[in-house]
Write a protein that binds this ligand. Structure first.
Ligand SMILES: [Zn+2]
Length: 394
């Protein structure tokens, strides 16, 4: 996700925070120190209130991280690799490199996050009730109870929000896994769950409008006092993210349903230009790039692909270095290229295209380059099948 920075590495997973999360952190500190704690504990000094608020916000941050880590750990248990977790505006996203392999895997993976939040929430309430209300005002125990109380409540709300049955929220994923497990058809299940996500987004839009048009009124929703311009804007933002994410999943699955059984070999080009390793950048530009208008060219040694050189790579070389720089110096080496085999499904190729901005993927069979798959031809093909109304699942 652009605009995010790496802050830690836990269990081999990069933990990143998005700039929007820093804003949320300060909003939480502000709402705790300016309204929630002063209302409950009016005898605390301003400085003490602020420090306790900052500690509480940091622990809230850690709880959201624990929620995401739970998703990731379960995902790994089902042999899905998780490269990073990004905490952003609405919580967190774990970056999975592919879709869950089975309904069971998705069910446990999606459920693990809210289950963790519920566990933290209950722990918070247990600590708070163990301390009890019979503590001296201003004591350390009272501060611990205040923090535990807040974390108890907020984590249950986090679990509750995430369990709303709209894909791609956790609840939507649980719903999808249930429909998928019951009917055996992931595409249909996604379509239903994503439709749910769009409906939930629609409800949030209605709530946002209600709050914005009645700025002076407070509404009680599941024990939360909501209303006013601020909550109106907030619900609008949530609706926007949810609707976009649900629509993107729907679009993704529609593509899968259109080309589900088509293989790379049916669409790859076997008639393509390549260049031997050792070619100078200047010669490549003069002989291939300019006359044939090529945007990416495989670099070969024999029938093996050594790498891929693109216009972007060539632009990194100063013009007075063109005559002396070999293509290997700036190409993407084969080891870093996402490759496909002719027998791979087109949907696999689409997933690989999604991970890069390369205009083509090398098609490799037993180490030898047998063709290239152009992004444009895949996109055009999908569009054509959609226009003709062809179903690729049979
Ligand atoms: Zn979650």
């Amino acid at each position: 996700m652009p605009g995010s920075i790496r802050i830690a590495r836990i269990l081999g997973i990069d933990i990143r925070i998005h700039v929007s999360w820093i804003l949320i952190f300060f909003l939480v500190v502000l709402s705790l120190s300016e309204s929630i704690f002063p209302d409950q504990y009016p005898l605390w000094g301003a400085q003490k209130t602020f420090i306790i608020s900052a500690i509480t916000a940091a622990l809230f941050f850690a709880s959201v991280l624990a929620h995401e880590l739970a998703h990731s750990v379960v995902a790994r248990g089902f042999r899905m690799s998780v490269s990073s977790i990004t905490l952003f505006l609405l919580g967190g996203v774990a970056n999975l490199t592919r879709e869950p392999p089975s309904a069971r895997a998705e069910f446990f993976m999606a459920g693990a996050g809210p289950a963790t939040s519920v566990l933290i929430g209950i722990t918070g309430f247990l600590i708070s009730s163990a301390i009890g209300t019979n503590v001296p005002d201003g004591s350390l125990l009272q501060a611990v109870r205040a923090i535990a109380d807040y974390l108890g409540t907020i984590n249950l709300y986090v679990a509750g929000f995430n369990l709303i049955p709209g894909f791609p929220l956790d609840g939507g994923r649980v719903l999808r896994s249930a429909i998928w497990g019951y009917g055996g058809d992931r595409i249909r299940a996604t379509a239903i769950a994503a439709r749910g996500g769009q409906i939930v987004a629609g409800c949030f839009v209605l709530l946002a409008a209600l709050f914005l048009f009645t700025p002076g009124t407070e509404y009680n929703l599941f024990g939360l006092a909501l209303g006013g311009t601020f909550n109106g804007i907030w619900f609008g933002i949530i609706a926007y993210f949810l609707f976009n994410a649900a629509s993107a999943s729907l679009q993704q699955e529609r593509i899968v349903s259109t080309v589900g059984t088509v293989r790379v070999g049916q669409l790859m080009s076997t008639d393509f230009r390549s260049t031997p390793s050792g070619t100078r950048v200047g010669a490549l530009i003069r002989d291939l790039v300019l006359p044939l208008n090529l945007r990416a060219i495989p670099v070969m040694s024999g029938d093996r692909i050594e790498g891929l050189i693109t216009i972007g790579d060539l632009r990194k070389v100063e013009q007075d270095q063109w005559a002396t720089t070999p293509v290997e110096a700036v190409m993407t080496p084969a080891a870093d290229l996402p490759a496909v085999s002719p027998d791979d499904l087109l949907t696999t190729a689409l997933e690989r295209f999604g991970m890069t901005d390369l205009p083509l993927l090398p098609v490799v069979r037993t180490g030898a380059l047998v063709g290239v798959l152009y992004r444009e031809s895949v996109v055009g093909y999908v569009r054509m099948r959609e226009m003709l109304g062809l179903d690729g699942r049979r």
